[in-house]
Design a protein around this ligand. Structure first.
Ligand code: LAN
Length: 723
C-alpha cells in the first residue's frame, strides 16, 4: 500500500479510505481508532455507526425535521440526534484536540524510540498537519486558533519530515519560509528546544539545565518539586532524566538534513549556550525572571563541574518515579507530554523488548483521534467523564430523562459513571507523591486514574441526579461510595476556601517566579479556581439534600468558606475569570451556580447583580454571546467576531442560576440557539471552547450538545415560571 501512495499537494481530500475507520470505545471508555484491513474484515463487517460517521465528518443519515416549535422540543430534537453518538457502554466519545505541540512529541518520541505508525495513521497524521497549517503563512501556532510561532512551526515541520514528507513539498517549503522569517529554530521555547535535542537536531548545550538533583532536596523545602503543579512536575521528571543522560537519536541522513533546514545559520557555527534564553517574540508569554536566570546561571556552573555520585542517586530516584507513574496509569501517564517523555525514558533504560516499551506502544493509541481533517493527538486520553457528567445533568434537569425514548440512555450514563469511579488509592501512593484517589472521579477514564476536584464534583452530581431524581434507575453507586466521593471533595479545600485542580496547593506563590516554560502562565503550583470550587461545593450541597446526616457540619463549613472565596475572586468587571474554558462567560456560569446555593440571587445580592449586568451588557443584537480565547491570555474581555452557541448557553445558564428577573435577554438567547439548530437536531462546530495555562486553547466539541440541551430544557421551564 505504501508503494502506491503519492503525497497530495494539500489535505483537502482524505489520504485513506474513510469508510474503513472504526472506533473501539467500549472498554471503560478507552478510545482506539482502527483501520479495517482485509484480515480484520470479519471482526468489522458491521457497517459504520452514526457515531463513527459523525466524528469522521461523513453524513450520518440521521433523521431530519423542520424547525422545533419551542425550546423543549428543540432540546428533545437535539437529544434524538445526540443519542446516536452515545457509545454502547454509555459515554460520549469525542475529539480532544486543539494544542499544536502534541503531534511533534508523539512523532519525535516514537521516532527516537523505534516505534512505528501504521501506514494509515502516518498518512492521516500528515494530512491533519497539512490541514492545520495556516493558510496565509503555512506555519502552526501553539494551538489551532493561535498565530504561527517558532514552537508550532519548527516542531510540526519536523514531525512532517519524520512522517515522510520531503523538504521540497509545497507544505513543508512554505512552512520552512515562515520558520526562517521567525528567526529559525534557535528561537524555540524550552520545550521545543528539548524535543529538538532529543532528536539530535539541536545541541544539548543550547538548553537551560534540568537537573534531576532537585528531587534530592528535603521535602519540606518550599521549592521541592513535589510541591509543583502536577503537570509541570510530571513533565520535568522525565525531562530531567533525558537531560541528565543527554539522550539523543543517532545521527542519520534525515537528521543531518533537518539540521540544515531548521536554521538560518550554519548548524556547526551556532553559539549554542547563547541560545538558551533566546525565545522568539511571537512565542513568549511568560519571560524569565531575573531570579530564574540567576538560578540557571548557578545550575549551569554545577553542570560544568558535575558530581557523578549525586547525579547517579538522583537519576535512580527520577527513574523510579517514572516507572511508578507508568504503573499507576497503565502507561497512559497524567498527560500527553509526559506520556511521550516517559516512553522515551523507558526505551532508553529498558529497550524495545521490554514490557514497558510494548505497553507504551499500545497506549499511544488512546491519545490519537481520527477526525474529518485527519489524525490528531489529544490533550488527554479523552474527556469522557467530563462530558458524560454534564450530559447526564442536562438530561435530568431538562426533564428529557423522564421520557420513555431516553430512559435507556440515562441508565447507560449511570452504568458508565458507576464503573468510572476510582475505588482505591494508587498502587504507588505516598512514595509517588500522589493525592488520594479512593472515591474520586477522573477527567477521562478510571484507568488514567487521577483525582480531579471538579470532575469528582460533577461526577457525583451526575450520579445523584440519575439515582435520586429518576424513578426508574437502579442505585448502582452505593451509599458508601458516595461517602467516599464526599470525603475526597472535603479533603481538597484550600485554607482560603477555594479548590484547585488535582491536589491541594502544596507550594508558595513565589514558585511562579521560576516558571521555565515561557509559553504558559500559572503552571508552577496549584491555584484556586472558581470553576473547580463550584463543582466541588455544589456537589456537596446536592449530596446533603439526599444524605443530610453524613458529615453535615463539615459540608456546611466547607460551603461557607467556598462561597467566601468565590466572592473574593470576583473580577472588578463583575464577572469571574475562567482558566479552563473561555473565559469570563465560562467561569461566571460556575460562580453564579455557587452563589445560588446560598440563596444569593439578582434580587438579593450585589455580587450577583454586578455579574448579571456585566453579562447582559455583552449580549449581542442576535441574542448571543461571543468571547474570544484571547480573554484568557489578556485577562480582559475580548469579543469574538461571531456569537457562539456554547457561550450563549453558558451565559444564559448563569442568568438562570442568578434568577435573573427579566425574560428578554434569556428569551433572545434561547431563540438564537434554536435558530442555529440544524435540521438533524445538531449544531455546527463553532469556535474552540476550552483553555489551559492562559495561552492554549483546547476543544470540547461535546459541549455544543450538553450545554445547549441543558440550557434549552432549563430555560423552557424557567420562562414558564417567570411572571
Ligand atoms: C485539563 C483538562 C480538564 C481540566 C478541567 C477539569 C476542565 C479543569 O477544571 C481542571 C484541570 C483540567 C483537569 C486540565 C488540566 C490541564 C490539562 C490536563 C487539561 C487542560 C487538558 C490538557 C492539559 C495538559 C496540561 C496538557 C499538556 C500540557 C502541559 C502544559 C503539560
Amino acid at each position: 500500500m505504501a508503494d502506491h501512495f503519492v503525497l497530495p499537494p494539500d489535505g483537502s481530500k482524505p489520504f485513506t479510505d474513510y469508510s474503513k475507520w472504526r472506533l473501539d470505545a467500549n472498554d471503560g471508555g478507552r478510545h482506539v481508532w482502527k483501520y479495517v484491513d482485509s484480515e480484520q474484515q470479519a471482526t468489522y463487517d458491521e457497517p459504520q455507526s452514526a457515531l463513527e460517521k459523525y466524528w469522521l465528518g461523513l453524513p450520518t443519515g440521521c433523521a431530519e425535521s423542520s424547525v422545533a416549535e419551542d425550546a423543549l422540543s428543540a432540546a428533545r430534537k437535539a437529544f434524538h440526534f445526540y443519542k446516536n453518538l452515545q457509545a454502547q457502554d454509555g459515554h460520549w466519545p469525542g475529539e480532544y484536540g486543539g494544542p499544536m505541540f502534541l503531534i511533534p512529541g508523539l512523532v519525535i518520541g516514537s521516532y527516537v524510540s523505534e516505534m512505528d505508525f501504521r501506514e494509515e495513521e502516518r498518512r492521516e497524521l500528515i494530512r491533519y498537519l497539512f490541514n492545520r497549517a495556516h493558510k496565509e503563512d503555512g506555519g502552526w501556532g501553539l494551538h489551532v486558533e493561535g498565530p504561527s510561532t517558532v514552537f508550532g512551526t519548527a516542531l510540526n515541520y519536523v514531525a512532517l519530515r519524520l512522517l515522510g514528507v520531503p523538504a521540497e513539498h509545497p507544505v513543508t517549503s512554505k512552512a520552512r519560509k515562515t520558520l526562517h522569517r521567525l528567526g529559525g529554530a534557535t528561537g524555540a521555547p524550552a520545550w521545543g528546544k528539548f524535543w529538538l535535542s532529543i532528536l539530535n537536531v539541536y545541541d544539548w548545550d543550547g538548553n537551560n539545565p534540568v537537573p534531576p538533583e532537585l528531587w534530592l532536596l528535603p521535602e519540606w523545602l518550599p521549592i521541592h518539586p513535589h510541591r509543583w503543579w502536577i503537570h509541570t512536575r510530571n513533565v520535568y521528571i522525565p525531562m530531567s532524566y533525558l537531560y541528565a543522560h543527554r539522550f539523543q537519536a543517532p545521527e542519520n541522513a534525515l537528521i543531518l538534513a533537518l539540521r540544515k533546514e531548521l536554521y538560518i545559520d550554519d548548524y556547526d557555527q551556532i553559539d549554542w549556550p547563547a541560545q538558551r534564553n533566546n525565545v522568539a517574540a511571537v512565542d513568549l508569554y511568560a519571560p524569565h525572571t531575573t531570579l530564574l536566570n540567576v538560578l540557571f546561571g548557578v545550575l549551569s556552573t554545577y553542570e560544568a563541574c558535575s558530581m557523578p555520585p549525586l547525579r547517579r542517586v538522583s537519576l535512580k530516584k527520577v527513574y523510579r518515579l517514572i516507572v511508578q507513574e507508568d504503573e499507576n496509569t497503565a502507561y497512559q501517564t497524567l498527560g500527553p507530554v509526559s506520556k511521550m517523555m516517559n516512553l522515551v525514558c523507558r526505551y532508553h533504560a529498558e529497550g524495545t523488548e521490554s514490557f514497558a516499551w510494548k505497553e507504551h506502544y499500545k497506549k499511544r493509541w488512546d491519545f490519537m483521534w481520527m477526525g474529518a481533517d485527519g489524525m490528531m493527538m489529544c490533550g488527554t486520553n479523552g474527556s469522557q467523564l467530563w462530558d458524560i457528567a454534564f450530559m447526564s445533568q442536562a438530561l435530568v434537569e431538562s426533564g428529557l430523562a423522564e421520557e420513555k425514548a431516553f430512559q435507556d440512555n440515562a441508565i447507560r450514563c449511570l452504568h458508565w459513571l458507576d464503573q468510572c469511579q476510582i475505588q482505591d488509592n494508587p498502587k504507588h501512593f505516598k512514595v509517588a507523591y500522589r493525592h488520594p484517589t479512593k472515591g474520586a472521579w477522573p477527567f477521562s477514564t478510571k484507568e488514567q486514574g487521577y483525582t480531579v476536584s471538579d470532575c469528582t464534583g460533577e461526577g457525583l452530581k451526575a450520579v445523584l441526579y440519575l439515582q435520586e431524581h429518576l424513578s426508574y434507575t437502579p442505585k448502582l453507586v452505593s451509599q458508601r461510595r458516595l461517602y467516599d466521593a464526599v470525603d475526597i471533595i472535603l479533603g481538597m479545600q484550600n485554607i482560603d476556601g477555594g479548590f484547585a485542580s488535582y491536589e491541594l496547593i502544596r507550594g508558595p506563590k513565589f514558585l511562579e517566579l521560576i516558571n521555565p516554560a515561557e509559553v504558559f502562565g500559572n503552571i508552577m503550583i496549584e491555584y484556586n479556581y472558581p470553576e473547580c470550587t463550584t463543582s466541588a461545593v455544589t456537589a456537596l450541597s446536592i449530596f446533603k439534600k439526599h444524605y443530610p446526616n453524613y458529615r453535615r457540619h463539615d459540608i456546611e463549613r466547607v460551603t461557607r468558606k467556598a462561597v467566601e472565596y468565590i466572592k473574593a475572586a470576583q473580577n472588578p468587571n463583575g464577572a469571574w475569570y475562567g482558566s479552563w474554558g473561555i473565559c469570563f462567560t465560562y467561569a461566571s456560569q460556575f460562580a453564579l451556580e455557587s452563589l445560588s446555593l446560598v440563596g444569593e440571587t439578582y434580587a438579593t445580592s450585589d455580587h450577583v447583580r454586578r455579574a448579571c449586568d456585566f453579562l447582559v451588557s455583552k449580549q449581542r443584537s442576535d441574542g448571543g454571546w461571543g468571547e474570544s480565547w484571547r480573554s484568557c491570555e489578556e485577562e480582559v474581555w475580548v469579543e469574538h467576531e461571531q456569537t457562539q452557541v456554547v457561550q450563549t448557553a453558558w451565559a444564559t445558564m448563569a442568568l438562570m442560576y442568578a434568577q435573573y428577573p427579566h425574560r428578554g435577554p434569556i428569551e433572545r438567547a434561547m431563540k438564537m440557539v434554536m435558530d442555529r439548530q440544524l435540521p438533524d437536531g445538531s449544531w455546527a462546530q463553532e469556535a474552540i471552547e476550552g483553555m489551559f495555562n492562559k495561552t492554549c486553547a483546547i476543544a470540547y466539541p461535546n459541549f455544543k450538545f450538553s450545554f445547549t440541551i441543558w440550557m434549552l430544557g432549563k430555560g423552557h421551564s424557567y420562562l414558564q415560571h417567570l411572571t
